[in-house]
Write a protein that binds this ligand. Structure first.
Ligand code: MLT
Ligand code: ZN
Length: 456
């Protein structure tokens, strides 16, 4: 530790109680962090020197960002050094002409969104954990979220990356270029790699022109067939202006509304399905009336059963809070297990009916919540269990994952693999693909010191 203290300075090295006062996930603050030490570097040079030391000594490393990951990607076993990016939290440049942001990995997403807004631009990737999630972690997990079907995943918004390799080599590709076909696009190796191939220290992000108006509504529907009709029709009518389309099943909506503590739920409970939708316009001139008129037409045609349009920004935020505050759902679970599957959109209704039957028949399951980014074919299931055991975890995993093979689905749409889903990768990746992942890992991290035990 003496050498590490020399590299980062005593203020940036935590040992003993200062380590166990930390945690591995923001929802699990009661579980103390187990690590040999935590370093909080302030520059890429420090990260590089720390990695040179770790490479020489064989010390394993786990990188910590905002600790909002859902699959155990930031878990430690006690023998690793944790590198926390919290002090590398500066926005180094906002370039309004190139529409880029040059940022350190520890910048919090919400802070970035706010700063970018001030210069009339937008960073469109967003999700419920935006107040804690850090840009480096978003890139390392290729985060998705609430507007993917309009704006894409984090990958689409990364123009340049700086990465520290396992031996301390710095690969610096911090260009602002939208077009760059000069050989292999190396940054793609690290986007979504969950820290097993390199450590992301800085990034150039692409920005979008800010949208003018944003209008939000909750809609109730009879069945999944109607949701498909409604989505297709809204997309045809609104084109790119439809920016979010979140589907929530009946009981889940009721539980989610609990976050408002009785204060004005948008739509009555009891409808089979609810959609939270958002339209955004670049003109700034569109009024909520447009959305109201449109939804009235769908009501008259019987496609939707009920609808509520938010009439103010604070009401919009209230509507979004219902969907974004997953923490509220989790706090009601005794032993929670999270799922993030994707499959062709048209099959979602059928798939969910099937897993509901499976979960209802499992005695260890207390209750479950189903919701998701339907327009991306991405469904989340949170299962609350009566007890925890390895057997039950495996049984529940199989109930959710095994039907996916029939639909050509994926066990992870946006949360990644980490440790929690590793055993289930063969459900959606071939042996040859997994072999190639292992070969890449071996080539880039021959000593296996970067985020050991994750993904592969
Ligand atoms: C979300 O969609 O809110 C996040 O992916 C977290 C989750 O619900 O699993
Ligand atoms: Zn999600």
């Amino acid at each position: 530790m003496v050498r590490i203290a020399e590299i980062v300075g005593a203020d940036n090295l935590l040992v003993g109680d200062a380590v166990s006062e930390r945690f591995v996930h923001i929802w699990k603050t009661h579980i103390p962090l187990a690590a040999v030490a935590v370093v909080t570097p302030t520059s890429v040079e420090q990260v590089s020197a720390v990695m040179r030391y770790c490479h020489q000594t064989g010390l394993s490393v786990v990188v910590h960002g905002g600790l909002t990951n859902m699959v155990g990607s930031t878990e430690t076993s006690g023998i690793e050094l944790v590198i926390s990016m919290e002090k590398m939290n500066r926005i180094l440049e906002l370039d309004v002409n190139s529409k880029t942001a040059f940022v350190e990995a520890g910048v919090i997403l919400e802070h970035l969104q706010e700063e970018v807004k001030k210069v009339g631009l937008m960073f469109p990737v967003t999700f419920g954990a935006k107040g804690s999630a850090q840009v480096g972690g978003m890139i390392a997990t290729n985060a998705g979220g609430l507007r993917v079907f309009r704006y894409g995943m984090t990958r689409q918004w990364v123009l340049g990356l700086e990465v520290v390799m396992s031996d301390g080599t710095v690969i610096s590709g911090l260009k602002k270029l939208v077009k760059d076909n000069s050989g292999l696009d190396l940054k793609q190796l690290f986007i979504g790699s969950e820290g097993v191939l390199g450590i992301i220290t800085r990034a150039v992000l692409r920005l979008s022109p800010a949208s003018g108006g944003r209008h939000t509504a909750f809609v109730a529907l009879e069945d999944f067939g109607q949701v498909l009709v409604f989505l297709r029709s809204m997309e045809l009518t609104l084109g790119g202006a439809l920016t979010a389309f979140e589907l929530i099943w009946k009981d889940t909506y009721q539980r989610m509304c609990g976050v408002l503590k009785g204060g004005g739920i948008p739509l009555a409970f009891g409808y089979p399905l609810y959609v939270l939708l958002e339209i955004s316009t670049s003109t700034g001139g569109t009024s909520p009336n447009l959305l109201e008129q449109l939804l009235e037409k769908y009501l008259e045609e019987g496609i939707v059963l009920d609808a509520a349009v938010a009439s103010s920004e604070s009401e919009q935020n209230r509507f979004w809070r219902i969907r974004e505050d997953v923490d509220h759902l989790v706090s009601q679970c005794t032993f929670d297990q999270h799922f993030d599957v994707s499959l062709p959109i048209a099959d979602i209704g059928d798939y969910v009916d099937g897993i509901r039957r499976n979960l209802d028949a499992e005695p260890g399951v207390d209750t479950y919540f189903v919701y998701g980014h339907m327009a991306d074919g991405n469904i989340h299931v949170v299962v609350s269990k009566k007890y925890d055991s390895v057997d039950l975890i495996e049984r529940v995993n199989n109930l959710i994952y095994s039907p996916l093979t029939n639909y050509g689905g994926s066990i992870s749409a946006e949360h990644g693999i980490g440790t929690h889903k590793k055993a289930y990768l063969p459900y959606c990746r071939s042996k040859e693909e997994l072999d190639l992942m292992r070969r890449l890992k071996g080539a880039l991290d021959p000593k296996g010191i970067l985020n050991p035990g994750k993904i592969i």
